[in-house]
Structure formats: C-alpha cells, structure tokens
Design a protein around this ligand. Structure first.
Ligand code: LAC
Length: 220
C-alpha cells in the first residue's frame, strides 16, 4: 500500500449507518421502521442512477426526500410536512459505525477524504455532528459535477480535487455498485461488506474485501 497517496471513503453505508433512521421511523410509524428504511434507501440509490441517466440531476438532499415520499406512499403511510422534516433531520445525525473513528485516527499520517453522492448541505452537518470532521482532510461531493457515482466523471472529480492519479487512490465503499464503478475507473478498491452483501455482477472485482474498516489496517 506504499503507493497509496489517499484513502477515499464513501459516506452512506460505509462510514455512516443509513438504517440508524429505523428508530425514528418506528416512533412515527410503529412496526414499519425496518421496511420503510429499506425501501427509502433502495429508492434513494435508484433515483440517483435514474436522474443521471435521464440528465435530470437534483441534489442528494432532494433525492433522499423524494425517496422518502415514495417509500411512505408505497406502504400507505401518511407523511405530513412535520414527519418529513423529522425523518430528513435523521440524515444529519446518522450513526457512524463503531470502528470508524479509531481507524481514521490510525490512518492520520495519510490523506483521508470522503467522496460521496451526498450534497454538502447534508454531508457537512452529518460529518460535524459525528465528530469525524476531526479525522478527515476533505469532504468531496458528486454534487460538484452534477453526475452521481458510478459515472466516471464523478470519480474524475476526486483526481482533480486531490491532484492525484487513479493508481494513487484507495477507494473504500460498502456499496458493491460503487466499488464496481471505482474499480472500472481505475482506483484501487476495498469493499467493506459489513457482513451482508453479495458483490454485483458487473465484471469488476474489488482488490480487497474487508468486513469493516479495521481490515484497512491489515492491508500493507
Ligand atoms: C454515498 C452513497 C451513495 O455516495 O452511499 O455516500
């Protein structure tokens, strides 16, 4: 890993648990939290891909709101403005996974950045609220290029911002499609499985497969 000049982390699902919204979802819609959170996340990702393909970009805050509206409608849940605000606010305080802070601290002699589809209006408060801002050198967003990952133009933005080459980057994500996009682009890739997912069939295999971020410390 001596050739790696920067560790570039996906945010949602990799550093932060998107399903930490379940508690609040259950408060507002008893016993519907798990299902609501799953549909909400899946639709959020789907809308990023569709909007890139359609050439109809809106930022991740809006996509997340639209996905929440869809998820509630699909479950027959009535989402008034105040419930929508309560749940959208949860996205500003998602839980970071237990090992994240400590691993980022141990990587302090390296460049450590986030590269996320998240827009800065929701990423900045999330990273600050978690305290991870103390252990990161930059927060980069696909919103700057108005094209979501896994579009190559989004990963190109990382190279331009960091003034590095593809082979200098180790990209870390729990999202198989994101790993496939980053690998296809030419980054080194570490897929953080967090014990649950199957790699997508996109003809792109991760360079490393780790259970959680502690696995990064074993990569030499
Ligand atoms: C991110 C979402 C897509 O880019 O996981 O952080």
């Amino acid at each position: 890993m001596k050739t790696i000049k920067a560790y570039v982390f996906d945010a949602y699902g990799t550093l932060f648990d998107v399903h930490s919204v379940i508690k609040q979802c259950n408060k507002l819609f008893p016993n519907k939290g798990d299902e609501l959170s799953q549909i909400w996340r899946n639709k959020q990702l789907e809308y990023t891909w569709l909007r890139s393909l359609m050439g109809r970009y809106v930022n991740f805050n809006q996509v997340t709101k639209d996905a929440l509206v869809f998820a509630c409608k699909s479950l027959g849940l009535s989402l008034d403005f105040s419930k929508q605000e309560i749940l959208m606010n949860e996205y500003l305080k998602l839980k970071d996974y237990p090992e994240v802070k400590n691993v980022l601290k141990q990587l302090k002699n390296n460049t450590r950045v986030i590269f996320s589809n998240g827009s800065q209006d929701i990423l900045q408060p999330l990273v600050k609220n978690s305290g991870l801002d103390q252990h990161l050198d930059a927060i980069l967003s696909a919103d700057d290029v108005k094209l979501y990952k896994p579009h190559p133009a989004s990963y190109t933005h990382v190279l331009e911002k960091l003034q590095l080459k593809r082979e200098d980057i180790l990209f870390i994500s729990s999202n198989p499609w994101d790993i496939a996009g980053a690998k296809s682009f030419g980054f080194h890739t570490a897929w953080v499985t967090r014990g649950k997912k199957t790699m997508d069939e996109l003809n792109q295999s991760p360079d490393w497969i780790i259970q959680d971020l502690r696995g990064l410390l074993e990569i030499t």
